[in-house]
Write a protein that binds this ligand. Structure first.
Ligand SMILES: Nc1ncnc2c1ncn2[C@@H]1O[C@H](COP(=O)(O)OP(=O)(O)OP(=O)(O)O)[C@@H](O)[C@H]1O
Ligand SMILES: [Mg+2]
Length: 470
């Protein structure tokens, strides 16, 4: 408990003031006493108090009026009323008007300390909660989700519309496209944001464990179930449940999930009675659920239940125009985190980033920028700093692509990186041989001048970068 907390006591009875001062300061509180309503109110408005102990009946001002003033000017500071037995009715009224608690006179030291502790604890919890909500909002605020590409702007719009309603949302998109981030944004902008968003990664649990994880179990339901356990649906009640990688749910669980979603009730493992719940589901997958339905590995009815509001997140290669903004966003983020100062990217570095295929999408871009910031030994990042990118692309060959989209992305990446390099050396050689004269270089290799300069542009090359031939 926060000892050192500042307590203001307002009462016209010297014995109460003295008693409170003694027992509170003995217990580590800073105590200020005021013997009249007016002086107390002024003190409360000018000082910084964590809790105010207020007599209900003061000769100059009415306790209820002071309460109203303090509520307006120092909201968040809990007020504990002190009242004679005969005015308990009034105390009830005061509680209704927002006092945190009341103490009926005469009260013991223990009662006093208990009420003050409770008020402070409540204040701390409220502040903590506000801080968490603020963090949630900041993290998932649209200003922290970078994107100006039309497809992303449309998604922002859709999310603003769908967030406040309770419809199920299905987020699809390749790995690293921001599904979890957008799920968080939907929750943060929903009317449930004061409650939790519980995330369940459906790929990490075995079917038998998953059922108890989702729905909880009763004591004795199976070996090891030594106590009742609340499941995820219980924890997420009145909040949001984010089912990540929903394609990995086994068929039996799919059926049970469908039931909860349809009827708003579920049965903990081993229980005889169903429990009601009110959970908004957001699901995400990087698989094509409709083809899984065709293959018979995903239930059609669940698919339709989840697919009420599908949102497809584009791959980074479909929104290349966002790459510079994202790159700068991550650069600033990691500079702050690591404590380095980097100006930014050279034009050729940005061009390299934009031409890279990014099969791992935004996550891969983010990880790459983190690595670059760590390794950077000058004040900006240029194409030399990015040399690792191509070997990075080659290492992808060792990892089997899991979807056709990934296969295509890897193929394009390899072609771009291998063939792009050959193109670059080809241009460089011709230009070096011809002393940077584009017309001559194009003639020498048998190309139209316009095509030759287009190819230079593609690789962001300029004659200035060509060393003079000896
Ligand atoms: N538009 C964006 N702006 C800023 N950061 C982003 C954006 N999109 C994604 N990120 C960041 O990229 C990383 C990957 O995003 P996220 O985890 O949401 O992807 P995902 O689609 O859930 O990936 P997976 O399918 O692999 O689980 C996260 O660190 C996230 O914060
Ligand atoms: Mg994810």
């Amino acid at each position: 408990m926060s000892k050192n907390a500042n307590v203001l006591v307002i009462d016209d009875e010297p014995s109460i003031l003295n008693g409170c001062r003694m027992s509170l300061s003995e217990n580590g509180y800073e105590v200020t006493c005021q013997p009249s309503g007016q002086a107390g109110l002024e003190e409360a408005l000018n000082g910084k108090f964590d809790v105010v102990l207020l007599d209900m009946k003061l000769p100059d001002l009415n306790g209820m009026d002071i309460l109203a003033e303090l509520h307006t000017h120092t909201p968040g500071v809990p007020i504990v009323f002190m009242t004679g037995y005969s005015t308990v009715q009034n105390a009830v009224k005061a509680m209704k008007s927002g006092a945190f608690d009341y103490l009926a006179k005469p009260f013991s030291d223990d009662e006093l300390l208990f009420a003050i502790d409770k008020a402070l604890e409540n204040k701390e919890l409220k502040e903590e909660n506000q801080c968490l909500r603020k963090q949630l909002f900041e993290r998932f605020d649209f200003s922290n989700i970078v994107g100006e590409n039309n497809k992303i702007l449309e998604i922002f719009d859709t999310i603003k519309k769908v967030a406040p309603i309770t419809s199920t949302v299905l987020l699809t998109g390749n790995s690293g496209t921001g599904k979890e981030l957008f799920a968080g944004a939907i929750h943060a902008h929903s009317l449930r944001s004061a409650r939790q968003m519980v995330t369940l990664d459906c790929s990490t649990l075995s079917p038998s464990l998953l059922e108890s994880e989702l729905f909880g179990h009763v004591k004795g339901a199976f070996t090891g179930a030594t106590q009742n356990k609340q499941g995820i649906f219980g924890t997420a009640n009145r909040g949001t449940l984010f089912l990540d990688e929903v394609s990995n749910l086994d068929m039996e669980i799919q059926g049970k999930l469908l039931r909860v979603m349809e009827y708003g009730e579920y049965k903990p493992v081993g229980a005889s009675k169903a429990k009601k719940c009110d959970v908004r589901v957001i699901a995400a997958t990087n698989k094509d659920l409709s083809s899984m339905v065709t293959e018979g590995t995903f239930r059609e009815d669940l698919f339709y239940r989840l697919n009420v509001f599908p949102i497809r997140l584009p791959s980074l290669s479909e929104r290349k125009d966002d790459i510079p903004k994202l790159a700068y966003h991550f650069l600033r983020f990691f500079c702050r985190k690591i404590g380095k100062h980097l100006e930014g990217f050279s034009d050729d570095a940005l061009a390299t980033l934009m031409n890279h295929p990014w099969p791992g999408n935004i996550r891969q871009l983010k990880n790459t920028i983190e690595r670059l910031v760590i390794l950077a030994d000058k004040g900006y990042l240029d194409s030399n700093s990015l040399q690792g990118l191509e070997s990075d692309a080659r290492s992808k060959v060792n990892k089997a692509p899991e979807t056709v989209a990934e296969l295509k992305a890897v193929k394009k990446e390899l072609l771009d990186s291998y063939f792009g390099n050959i193109e670059k050396t080809f241009l460089k050689k011709a230009l070096t041989d011809c002393n940077g004269n584009i017309t001559k270089a194009a003639q020498q290799v048998g190309m139209q001048r316009s095509n030759f300069s287009l190819l230079m542009k593609k690789h962001n090359m300029s004659v200035k970068s060509i060393p003079p031939s000896k």
